[in-house]
Design a protein around this ligand. Structure first.
Ligand code: SF4
Ligand code: MG
Length: 333
Protein backbone atom coordinates (compact mmCIF):
# COMPACT_ATOMS: atom_id res chain seq x y z
CA UNK A 1 0.00 0.00 0.00
CA UNK A 2 0.80 3.66 -0.07
CA UNK A 3 3.21 4.78 2.68
CA UNK A 4 1.69 6.88 5.46
CA UNK A 5 4.60 9.32 5.36
CA UNK A 6 6.93 10.27 2.53
CA UNK A 7 9.70 12.77 3.20
CA UNK A 8 11.72 14.04 0.27
CA UNK A 9 14.84 16.16 0.44
CA UNK A 10 13.98 17.73 3.75
CA UNK A 11 16.32 20.55 4.69
CA UNK A 12 16.74 22.81 7.69
CA UNK A 13 19.67 25.12 8.25
CA UNK A 14 19.75 27.17 11.45
CA UNK A 15 21.55 30.49 11.55
CA UNK A 16 23.85 30.80 14.58
CA UNK A 17 26.19 33.47 15.84
CA UNK A 18 29.83 32.49 15.77
CA UNK A 19 33.25 34.00 16.24
CA UNK A 20 34.86 35.33 19.41
CA UNK A 21 32.36 38.14 19.88
CA UNK A 22 29.42 36.33 18.38
CA UNK A 23 29.47 38.72 15.48
CA UNK A 24 29.79 36.36 12.59
CA UNK A 25 26.77 34.63 11.12
CA UNK A 26 27.06 30.97 10.36
CA UNK A 27 24.65 28.24 9.45
CA UNK A 28 24.21 24.84 11.07
CA UNK A 29 23.17 22.27 8.50
CA UNK A 30 20.93 20.43 10.95
CA UNK A 31 19.01 18.42 8.37
CA UNK A 32 20.30 18.28 4.84
CA UNK A 33 18.52 16.38 2.11
CA UNK A 34 16.78 13.77 4.24
CA UNK A 35 14.42 11.38 2.43
CA UNK A 36 12.54 8.36 3.77
CA UNK A 37 9.17 6.67 3.92
CA UNK A 38 7.14 5.23 6.76
CA UNK A 39 4.73 2.44 5.88
CA UNK A 40 1.30 2.22 7.45
CA UNK A 41 1.42 0.26 10.68
CA UNK A 42 5.20 0.04 10.92
CA UNK A 43 7.68 1.42 13.41
CA UNK A 44 10.60 3.24 11.87
CA UNK A 45 13.44 3.65 14.34
CA UNK A 46 15.78 6.62 13.88
CA UNK A 47 19.22 6.39 15.48
CA UNK A 48 22.36 8.48 15.58
CA UNK A 49 24.46 10.47 18.03
CA UNK A 50 23.09 13.63 19.61
CA UNK A 51 23.21 16.48 17.13
CA UNK A 52 22.82 14.25 14.07
CA UNK A 53 19.46 15.82 13.23
CA UNK A 54 17.06 13.10 14.32
CA UNK A 55 14.97 15.31 16.62
CA UNK A 56 15.04 18.17 14.12
CA UNK A 57 13.75 15.78 11.46
CA UNK A 58 10.86 14.80 13.71
CA UNK A 59 10.00 18.41 14.54
CA UNK A 60 10.07 19.37 10.87
CA UNK A 61 7.85 16.47 10.05
CA UNK A 62 5.10 17.61 12.39
CA UNK A 63 5.55 21.29 11.65
CA UNK A 64 6.91 22.30 15.07
CA UNK A 65 9.65 24.02 13.10
CA UNK A 66 9.43 25.18 9.54
CA UNK A 67 11.44 23.48 6.82
CA UNK A 68 13.60 25.42 4.38
CA UNK A 69 12.99 22.94 1.60
CA UNK A 70 11.60 19.55 0.89
CA UNK A 71 8.32 17.72 0.66
CA UNK A 72 6.30 16.10 3.43
CA UNK A 73 3.53 13.88 2.14
CA UNK A 74 1.09 12.44 4.65
CA UNK A 75 -1.26 9.76 3.39
CA UNK A 76 -0.87 10.95 -0.17
CA UNK A 77 -1.35 14.67 0.55
CA UNK A 78 1.45 17.22 0.45
CA UNK A 79 1.89 19.45 3.51
CA UNK A 80 1.30 23.05 2.50
CA UNK A 81 -0.53 21.87 -0.60
CA UNK A 82 -3.64 19.78 -0.09
CA UNK A 83 -2.85 19.25 3.56
CA UNK A 84 -2.73 22.10 6.09
CA UNK A 85 -0.56 22.04 9.18
CA UNK A 86 -3.71 22.14 11.28
CA UNK A 87 -5.08 19.00 9.63
CA UNK A 88 -1.74 17.23 9.83
CA UNK A 89 -1.61 17.87 13.57
CA UNK A 90 -4.90 16.08 14.06
CA UNK A 91 -3.27 12.92 12.78
CA UNK A 92 0.17 13.18 14.38
CA UNK A 93 1.11 13.23 18.04
CA UNK A 94 4.50 13.42 19.68
CA UNK A 95 5.84 12.00 22.96
CA UNK A 96 9.04 13.53 24.31
CA UNK A 97 11.75 12.43 26.72
CA UNK A 98 10.86 14.83 29.52
CA UNK A 99 7.58 13.50 30.85
CA UNK A 100 7.19 16.33 33.33
CA UNK A 101 7.82 19.27 30.99
CA UNK A 102 5.25 17.83 28.58
CA UNK A 103 2.43 18.14 31.12
CA UNK A 104 0.72 21.21 32.52
CA UNK A 105 1.54 21.05 36.25
CA UNK A 106 -1.76 22.72 37.16
CA UNK A 107 -3.98 20.20 35.37
CA UNK A 108 -5.05 16.93 36.93
CA UNK A 109 -4.13 13.76 35.08
CA UNK A 110 -7.65 13.27 33.78
CA UNK A 111 -7.84 16.85 32.54
CA UNK A 112 -4.40 16.56 30.94
CA UNK A 113 -5.40 13.47 29.03
CA UNK A 114 -8.74 14.99 28.05
CA UNK A 115 -7.38 18.42 27.10
CA UNK A 116 -6.45 17.86 23.47
CA UNK A 117 -9.56 15.85 22.78
CA UNK A 118 -11.61 18.72 24.24
CA UNK A 119 -9.85 21.30 22.08
CA UNK A 120 -10.53 19.19 19.01
CA UNK A 121 -14.18 18.88 19.96
CA UNK A 122 -14.06 15.10 20.15
CA UNK A 123 -16.93 13.27 21.84
CA UNK A 124 -16.90 12.78 25.62
CA UNK A 125 -13.28 13.80 26.25
CA UNK A 126 -13.35 12.90 29.95
CA UNK A 127 -14.82 9.46 29.38
CA UNK A 128 -12.25 8.94 26.70
CA UNK A 129 -9.50 10.09 29.06
CA UNK A 130 -10.55 7.69 31.82
CA UNK A 131 -10.74 4.70 29.53
CA UNK A 132 -7.33 5.50 28.02
CA UNK A 133 -5.85 5.93 31.49
CA UNK A 134 -7.06 2.44 32.32
CA UNK A 135 -5.64 1.13 29.06
CA UNK A 136 -2.13 2.49 29.78
CA UNK A 137 -2.19 1.02 33.28
CA UNK A 138 -3.27 3.99 35.40
CA UNK A 139 -6.41 3.16 37.33
CA UNK A 140 -8.62 6.24 36.80
CA UNK A 141 -10.12 5.96 40.30
CA UNK A 142 -6.66 6.32 41.79
CA UNK A 143 -5.00 8.69 39.32
CA UNK A 144 -7.66 10.91 37.72
CA UNK A 145 -7.43 13.71 40.31
CA UNK A 146 -3.71 13.61 40.95
CA UNK A 147 -1.21 16.10 39.57
CA UNK A 148 1.90 15.36 37.49
CA UNK A 149 4.35 15.97 40.37
CA UNK A 150 2.67 13.20 42.37
CA UNK A 151 3.55 10.58 39.76
CA UNK A 152 6.74 8.70 38.93
CA UNK A 153 8.50 9.27 35.61
CA UNK A 154 7.10 6.02 34.22
CA UNK A 155 3.55 6.91 35.29
CA UNK A 156 3.88 10.37 33.77
CA UNK A 157 5.06 8.87 30.50
CA UNK A 158 1.96 6.66 30.52
CA UNK A 159 -0.09 9.85 30.93
CA UNK A 160 1.67 11.38 27.93
CA UNK A 161 0.94 8.28 25.87
CA UNK A 162 -2.74 8.33 26.90
CA UNK A 163 -2.90 12.04 26.11
CA UNK A 164 -1.46 11.43 22.63
CA UNK A 165 -3.90 8.58 21.97
CA UNK A 166 -6.86 10.68 23.14
CA UNK A 167 -6.42 12.72 19.96
CA UNK A 168 -6.90 9.62 17.77
CA UNK A 169 -3.63 10.07 15.91
CA UNK A 170 -2.51 7.88 13.04
CA UNK A 171 1.20 8.59 13.49
CA UNK A 172 2.96 8.92 16.84
CA UNK A 173 6.49 10.30 16.93
CA UNK A 174 8.35 9.17 20.05
CA UNK A 175 11.51 11.21 20.65
CA UNK A 176 13.67 9.49 23.30
CA UNK A 177 10.34 8.67 24.97
CA UNK A 178 11.75 5.93 27.21
CA UNK A 179 15.29 7.27 27.60
CA UNK A 180 14.75 8.83 31.03
CA UNK A 181 13.18 5.71 32.55
CA UNK A 182 14.78 2.94 34.61
CA UNK A 183 15.49 -0.22 32.65
CA UNK A 184 12.59 -2.22 34.11
CA UNK A 185 10.09 0.59 33.60
CA UNK A 186 11.50 1.16 30.13
CA UNK A 187 10.73 -2.44 29.16
CA UNK A 188 7.16 -2.13 30.44
CA UNK A 189 6.55 1.09 28.52
CA UNK A 190 8.05 -0.42 25.35
CA UNK A 191 5.73 -3.40 25.62
CA UNK A 192 2.78 -1.11 26.19
CA UNK A 193 3.72 0.93 23.11
CA UNK A 194 3.99 -2.23 20.99
CA UNK A 195 0.57 -3.43 22.13
CA UNK A 196 -1.05 -0.04 21.56
CA UNK A 197 0.34 0.19 18.06
CA UNK A 198 -1.40 -3.04 17.08
CA UNK A 199 -4.58 -2.33 18.97
CA UNK A 200 -5.07 1.19 17.58
CA UNK A 201 -3.54 0.57 14.14
CA UNK A 202 -0.88 3.20 14.75
CA UNK A 203 2.32 3.98 12.90
CA UNK A 204 5.39 5.01 14.91
CA UNK A 205 8.56 6.93 14.34
CA UNK A 206 10.76 5.98 17.27
CA UNK A 207 13.83 8.14 17.85
CA UNK A 208 16.51 6.99 20.25
CA UNK A 209 20.24 6.93 20.81
CA UNK A 210 19.84 3.42 22.28
CA UNK A 211 20.21 0.78 19.57
CA UNK A 212 18.90 -2.06 21.71
CA UNK A 213 15.69 -0.21 22.42
CA UNK A 214 15.28 0.71 18.76
CA UNK A 215 15.89 -2.89 17.72
CA UNK A 216 13.28 -4.13 20.13
CA UNK A 217 10.47 -1.91 18.89
CA UNK A 218 11.26 -1.17 15.23
CA UNK A 219 10.55 -2.87 11.93
CA UNK A 220 13.12 -0.79 10.12
CA UNK A 221 16.03 1.35 11.30
CA UNK A 222 17.27 4.60 9.80
CA UNK A 223 20.73 5.86 10.73
CA UNK A 224 21.63 9.55 10.59
CA UNK A 225 25.02 11.24 10.64
CA UNK A 226 25.54 15.01 10.53
CA UNK A 227 22.11 15.82 9.16
CA UNK A 228 22.02 13.08 6.54
CA UNK A 229 20.63 9.57 6.23
CA UNK A 230 23.52 7.12 5.87
CA UNK A 231 21.66 3.82 6.07
CA UNK A 232 18.12 2.50 6.27
CA UNK A 233 17.15 -1.16 6.43
CA UNK A 234 14.85 -3.75 7.99
CA UNK A 235 15.99 -4.56 11.54
CA UNK A 236 17.13 -8.13 10.80
CA UNK A 237 19.09 -7.04 7.79
CA UNK A 238 20.97 -4.22 9.53
CA UNK A 239 21.61 -6.46 12.54
CA UNK A 240 23.27 -8.98 10.21
CA UNK A 241 25.16 -6.51 8.11
CA UNK A 242 25.93 -2.87 8.77
CA UNK A 243 26.68 -1.60 5.29
CA UNK A 244 27.82 1.91 6.18
CA UNK A 245 31.10 2.25 8.11
CA UNK A 246 29.46 4.75 10.47
CA UNK A 247 26.72 2.25 11.32
CA UNK A 248 29.40 -0.37 11.98
CA UNK A 249 31.03 1.96 14.49
CA UNK A 250 27.72 2.71 16.19
CA UNK A 251 26.94 -0.98 16.54
CA UNK A 252 30.38 -1.96 17.76
CA UNK A 253 30.15 0.69 20.48
CA UNK A 254 27.06 -0.98 21.99
CA UNK A 255 28.06 -2.35 25.38
CA UNK A 256 25.50 -5.15 25.42
CA UNK A 257 25.89 -6.24 21.83
CA UNK A 258 25.82 -9.97 21.36
CA UNK A 259 29.53 -10.99 21.00
CA UNK A 260 28.71 -13.21 18.01
CA UNK A 261 27.19 -10.30 16.17
CA UNK A 262 29.62 -7.65 17.30
CA UNK A 263 31.51 -6.10 14.43
CA UNK A 264 35.20 -5.74 15.15
CA UNK A 265 35.18 -2.09 14.26
CA UNK A 266 37.67 0.12 16.08
CA UNK A 267 36.04 2.98 18.00
CA UNK A 268 35.34 6.16 16.08
CA UNK A 269 38.36 8.41 15.71
CA UNK A 270 38.10 12.05 16.74
CA UNK A 271 35.10 14.24 17.46
CA UNK A 272 32.14 14.67 15.13
CA UNK A 273 32.91 17.46 12.66
CA UNK A 274 31.31 20.86 13.14
CA UNK A 275 27.89 20.91 11.46
CA UNK A 276 28.52 24.55 10.54
CA UNK A 277 31.17 23.40 8.13
CA UNK A 278 30.57 19.71 7.41
CA UNK A 279 33.16 17.82 5.35
CA UNK A 280 32.69 17.89 1.59
CA UNK A 281 31.86 14.72 -0.30
CA UNK A 282 30.92 12.01 2.17
CA UNK A 283 30.44 13.78 5.51
CA UNK A 284 31.90 10.76 7.29
CA UNK A 285 35.18 10.76 5.38
CA UNK A 286 37.17 12.52 8.13
CA UNK A 287 36.52 9.58 10.47
CA UNK A 288 36.20 6.68 8.05
CA UNK A 289 39.00 4.15 7.79
CA UNK A 290 37.83 3.14 4.31
CA UNK A 291 37.89 6.67 2.89
CA UNK A 292 39.57 7.15 -0.47
CA UNK A 293 40.07 10.22 -2.66
CA UNK A 294 36.62 10.04 -4.22
CA UNK A 295 35.00 10.18 -0.75
CA UNK A 296 36.43 13.67 -0.20
CA UNK A 297 34.71 15.16 -3.23
CA UNK A 298 31.75 13.06 -4.29
CA UNK A 299 28.58 12.80 -2.20
CA UNK A 300 27.48 9.16 -1.97
CA UNK A 301 23.85 8.50 -2.85
CA UNK A 302 21.53 6.38 -0.76
CA UNK A 303 21.05 3.21 -2.79
CA UNK A 304 19.94 -0.40 -2.34
CA UNK A 305 22.60 -3.04 -1.72
CA UNK A 306 23.08 -5.52 -4.51
CA UNK A 307 20.73 -8.43 -3.93
CA UNK A 308 19.02 -6.63 -1.03
CA UNK A 309 17.13 -3.64 -2.42
CA UNK A 310 15.32 -2.92 0.89
CA UNK A 311 18.65 -2.24 2.56
CA UNK A 312 19.94 1.18 1.56
CA UNK A 313 23.28 2.77 2.31
CA UNK A 314 24.97 6.00 1.24
CA UNK A 315 28.58 4.88 0.82
CA UNK A 316 30.85 4.60 -2.21
CA UNK A 317 31.89 1.13 -1.08
CA UNK A 318 28.50 -0.06 -2.30
CA UNK A 319 28.50 1.85 -5.56
CA UNK A 320 30.62 0.14 -8.18
CA UNK A 321 30.43 3.22 -10.42
CA UNK A 322 31.74 5.65 -7.78
CA UNK A 323 35.44 5.27 -8.49
CA UNK A 324 36.12 4.08 -4.94
CA UNK A 325 38.96 1.52 -5.17
CA UNK A 326 37.08 -1.08 -3.10
CA UNK A 327 33.64 -0.25 -4.48
CA UNK A 328 31.57 -3.18 -5.56
CA UNK A 329 33.29 -5.57 -3.16
CA UNK A 330 31.38 -4.57 -0.06
CA UNK A 331 32.99 -3.54 3.20
CA UNK A 332 36.34 -5.32 3.63
CA UNK A 333 36.18 -7.88 6.45
FE1 SF4 B 1 33.74 5.87 4.17
FE2 SF4 B 1 33.86 6.68 1.63
FE3 SF4 B 1 31.85 5.17 2.46
FE4 SF4 B 1 32.03 7.67 3.25
S1 SF4 B 1 31.71 6.97 1.18
S2 SF4 B 1 31.55 5.96 4.53
S3 SF4 B 1 34.23 7.92 3.48
S4 SF4 B 1 34.02 4.59 2.34
MG1 MG C 1 17.29 14.55 20.50
Amino acid sequence: GQPLVIVRDLQKHFPVRGGVLGRTQAVVQAVDGVSFEVKKGETLGIVGESGCGKSTTARLLIGLIERDKGEIIFDGQGLGERLSLKDLRKDVQMVFQDSYASLNPRLTIEDSVAFGAKVQGLDDPNGRARSLMARVGLDPDRFAHRYPHELSGGQRQRVNIARALAMSPRLVVLDEAVSALDKSVEAQVLNLLSDLRKEFGLTYIFISHDLNVVRYISDRILVMYLGEVVEVAPVDSIWREQAHPYTRSLFSAMPSMDPDNRTQEPPLAGDPPNPIDPPKGCRFHTRCRFASEVCKTKVPKLMGLSGNADHLAACHLHDATSGHPKAGQGVPQ
